[in-house]
Design a protein around this ligand. Structure first.
Ligand SMILES: C[S@@+](CC[C@H](N)C(=O)[O-])C[C@H]1O[C@@H](n2cnc3c(N)ncnc32)[C@H](O)[C@@H]1O
Length: 225
C-alpha cells in the first residue's frame, strides 16, 4: 500500500523508502547511468536484444513506441538506446514521480544516456485506453505476472519492494484491446516463459529469450514505415 512508502529528496535525486519493510531493504533510487540497465543501454547490440527484435527496431527502422506499463523503465531505456522514441505510461503515482525525476536527471549531460532520456517522455495518461487510435507504431506491455513461492524467494531485494508497491496487476488482461487500438503495426507483450497468453489471446508470433518470451500481435507489416 502507498501509505507504507515515502518519497525522499536526496542529493542524488528522489528515493523511495519502504517504511514498514525489512530493514535490509535499502531505499530505491532510479539512476539510468548506474546498474545493469544503464550498462545494457550503452553496450548492447541489436543482435542480442530479443526485446528490440520483437518491437521491430532495426538499424534503419525506428518505430515510435508506447511503453504502456513503464515500471522502472529499464525496457524503455533499451528502446531509446536503439534510437526509437518511447512514450511512457505508468499508473502508480510514486513510480511516476521516480520516473519523472530519473528522466530529468538523465537528460543532463552529453552522454548516450542523456540522448536516450531525450527520446523518453512520461505521459500524464494513466492507462493505454486514454490513447487515441493508431497513435503509436508499436505498443509494448509488460504487466506484473504473479510469481510462485519459489520465484518469490528469488526476487532481488529492490524488486521485492517494487512488487510490494505496485501489486500484482491482476487487471492485466484488460490492456490488450486498448493497446491494439493505440498501435498501428503491432503490440508486443513480455511474459515469463511458463505464463499463459495475455487475455488468453494467441499471438501471431513469439520471440523467446533466456528468461522471458515476447508475444507479438501483428496488425500490419512494417512496409509503410
Ligand atoms: C513489471 S512492471 C514493468 C517493468 C518495466 N518493463 C521495466 O523495464 O522496468 C509493470 C508496471 O506496469 C504498471 N502498470 C500495470 N498495469 C498498468 C496499467 N493498466 N496502466 C499503467 N501502468 C500499469 C505497474 O504499476 C508497474 O509499474
Amino acid at each position: 500500500m502507498s501509505a507504507d512508502f515515502q518519497l525522499k529528496q536526496t542529493n542524488n535525486g528522489l528515493e523511495l523508502v519502504w517504511l514498514t519493510g525489512p530493514k535490509a531493504i535499502k531505499p530505491l533510487s532510479l539512476d539510468f547511468r548506474v546498474g545493469k540497465a544503464g550498462y545494457r543501454a550503452v553496450h548492447s547490440s541489436l543482435k542480442s536484444e530479443s526485446l528490440i527484435k520483437a518491437l521491430g527496431i532495426t538499424g534503419k527502422r525506428k518505430p515510435r513506441v508506447l511503453d504502456a506499463t513503464a515500471g522502472l523503465a529499464r525496457d524503455a531505456l533499451m528502446v531509446a538506446a536503439f534510437g526509437s522514441s518511447v512514450d511512457l505510461i505508468e499508473r502508480h503515482p510514486l513510480v511516476r514521480a521516480l520516473l519523472r525525476d530519473a528522466i530529468n536527471r538523465g537528460r543532463a549531460g552529453t552522454d548516450k544516456i542523456a540522448d536516450c532520456c531525450e527520446r523518453m517522455q512520461l505521459l500524464d495518461f494513466q492507462h493505454v485506453n486514454q490513447v487515441p487510435a493508431q497513435q503509436y507504431d508499436v505498443v509494448y506491455l509488460d504487466p506484473m505476472y504473479p510469481k510462485s513461492g519459489k520465484q518469490r524467494a528469488q526476487v532481488k531485494k529492490d524488486m521485492q519492494m517494487f512488487q510490494q508497491l505496485v501489486g500484482a496487476d491482476e487487471d492485466a488482461d484488460e490492456l490488450l484491446d486498448p493497446a491494439l487500438q493505440a498501435a498501428k503495426y503491432r503490440v508486443v507483450v513480455k511474459r515469463p516463459d511458463h505464463a499463459d497468453f495475455l487475455g488468453q489471446r494467441e499471438p501471431n508470433t513469439q520471440i523467446i529469450s533466456k528468461k522471458h518470451r515476447f508475444d507479438v500481435y501483428i496488425k500490419q507489416g512494417f512496409e509503410q514505415l
